[in-house]
Structure formats: C-alpha cells, structure tokens
Design a protein around this ligand. Sequence first.
Ligand code: GLY
Length: 355
Amino acid sequence: MRTVRVNALSKSYDVLIGKNAVEALGEEAKKVCPGALKVLVVSETNVAALYLDPVKAQLEGAGFEVTDYVFEAGEQNKNINEIAGMWNKMAEAGFTRTDFVVGLGGGVTTDMAGFAASTFLRGIKVIQLPTSLLAMVDASVGGKTGIDIPMGKNQVGAFWQPSLVLEDISFLKTLPDEVFTEGMGEVTKHAFIMDLELFDKLGKANGDIRSDEDLLEEIVCMNVSDKASVVGEDENDNGRRQTLNFGHTVGHVIERDSGFTKPHGICVAKGMGIVIDACVRAGTLAKEDADKMKDLLKLYKLPVTDDITPEAIVEGAMNDKKKRGDTLSVILVNKIGQAEIRKMNKEEFLKFLSV
Ligand code: GLY
C-alpha cells in the first residue's frame, strides 16, 4: 500500500492507496477514530449494490456498530434533504462526538458525507472511501465538502478535512468506461498545471492507463501527491489552490447550461481546451505546447472544445462562486506543468476568450 500524507493547516492525514485497500479499513479506522463506537456509511444506490456489504463487514469486524444511509445515485440528489436524512440517522442511532462517518462513492457521495460530518454535533470525523477515478484524484482529498442549491453547484458547504482517505484501486474495475474517462479530465489537469512527469507518463501510456493496475495505482498516487502539495500550501483556496480550477471557470458554465446533464470532468476538459486556445492567442502559451496538451486530451477520449460563445461563458462565469468582487481568477498555463493565476474583470475575460 502506498501512503501520501496531506499536511493541511487544520489537519494532517494519510491517503492510503492500493489494490484491495478496503481490507485495511477496520484496523485503520480504529487508529484514526479512537473511542468511536458507531459509524454511518453514506453511499448511493449504484455503489452500495457493489460495495456496501464488504465495507460494512470490515467495520463490523473491527467492532463498530454500523448504520448506513443510501441515497438514489445522481447529482440531483446532492441536496439538503439527503443531508437531513443523514443527520437524522445519526441522531436516531445515538451518535456522539467520537463517532464517525464513512463516505463510500464518487464525488457527490464524498462531498455529502463530508458535509454531513462537518455539521453534525458541530463536526465529527469522516473517512473517505472514493470509488471513482475523479473522487480518488480530486474530490475526496483536500476537505471541500458541500451540496448544490437551485442557484448552483456546491454553493453551500464547508472545508472539513477527512481523518483518512482509503483508495482501493480494485474498485475502479467496475467503473463504467465513460465515468473513468470523466476522471481523466482531472488527471490531465494536474499534468497540465503542475506535473510534467505525469504528462510524459500519460503520453507514453498511449491512452490506456486502465489495463495495467500497477500503472493505474502509480498514476493515482502521482495525482494525490500533486493535490496534497497544493492543499498543504493553501487549504482555504486563497492562493495556489485556485490553480486547480484550470478549465473549471469555463467548464462550470457549460455544466450548468446543460442542466448538469454533462459530466463534470468532460466539461472541465472542454473548458481546458477553450482556455488553451485563448492562451495561445494571448501569447502566453506556445502553440507547440498547446497542441501537445490538446493531443493528450484527445488521446484519453476527452473533448477539447464546445460551441458555447465567449459572451455566454463570461455571463455565466460572473455568477460563479469563485468570483471575488468584480474580478475572476482565471487560470492560465504558460508551459506544460506551469500555471498562473491571472485576475481579469468582465471585459478583460471577454477579450481573452474572443477569437
Ligand atoms: N477540486 C478543486 C479543489 O479541491 O480545490
């Protein structure tokens, strides 16, 4: 098993990565949640059908009293009603401050499990067990938790670091191809903004990191290390962490305009493609690097553009929660592996995006 340590300001914790890592859950949970008697496993219908029983068996084997909360899979259920359901389950089971939550699933699940934990009794521990590539390399690490409201995605939430993240690479075997591809949006993002070695490795793997489990484990580990280093420097998203939004400002608008029917990672890839082209036009990125980046996206079956207009992007982005005052922090890539945060107002952003 590989270990990546996340040293956030509010808390340090391990991300354990390996095949069949779930077999270590009981013992590891006892270490990071001493004094705990009860645990709530939060999951969604698709994941629960595959993994809820083995996860509960692990926790029961370690002596915990296990309750579960399974919601209907889908972004439309990332809402306060489901969180209230989790609070009620914990209250009914008599949870105290030493008890904990396990988030078993993709990003929707780990975000909601973390948010329920952050608010119940003013905050109890959470262990994240991500089952999707996207949740392993991004959502489950770094403590961003929350829910959607009708006005937008992730508009309500809290920074609440997990006590442990356990990433079982074997879980990825059952992931549908299109969901795996979506996760590659965040993997390629890390390569573009900060990791030339990862960029080269993905290129050498020639569009297939899935059939070799050792390679997959190594690549997940590289991504978690990238994320850990950013979160360690800027837990609260006031500086370097904003570079993780490369492609997201544009991608979020595309995602919202689709009524959240287009997957997040796909929209991020489209956003990255659009910003890559804009960087070339603005003279901040060499065309040769831009072509290599877009070729990598295509190699992993990700889109590199969208028919959204610059005007629609700017209008949508001005409503984004990441906006501060009248300016947006737009993330540029100046060369492969190196990102820059550039403040732009509405007019500057429109000019940057316009052909
Ligand atoms: N997903 C971006 C971040 O954690 O900051």
